[in-house]
Design a binder for this molecule. Structure first.
Ligand code: SF4
Ligand code: SF4
Length: 102
């Protein structure tokens, strides 16, 4: 990593030619998908899901969303972004989510 004296030709965003790893870029494409980290994944029982959205608010990866179905709103997880942390089943009031081994 360069020191401050060497970095005095930064552009207005402060990016210039700093080494990767020294700069946090505010661009979503650099955020790695974390789905491959998991050893377990959540399975949603839509007969039990009441569409309350509590799991959506608690997912640290923003991997869960509510979708419209003929039986009302139901939760689904994007497994490319779910890292298998197991939080969502602990907050679901109707026990609609079960973790399964990958
Ligand atoms: S917390 Fe449970 S009931 Fe609420 S939306 Fe999520 S899965 Fe459905
Ligand atoms: S297991 Fe964790 S990361 Fe995956 S959907 Fe549930 S809360 Fe989100």
């Amino acid at each position: 990593m360069k020191n401050n004296q060497e970095n005095n030709n930064l552009d207005e965003k402060g990016n210039d030619d700093l080494e990767l790893g020294a700069v946090i870029k505010n661009e979503i494409e650099f955020y790695p998908k974390v789905g491959e980290w998991k050893t377990e994944f959540p399975v949603y029982d839509h007969d039990k899901c009441i569409g309350c959205g509590i799991c959506v608010k608690h997912c640290p990866e923003g991997a869960i969303k509510l979708i419209k179905t003929p039986k009302g709103k139901k939760a689904v997880a994007d497994l490319e972004w779910c890292k298998g942390c197991g939080i969502c089943p602990t907050v679901c009031p109707t026990k609609a989510i079960q973790m399964r081994k990958k």
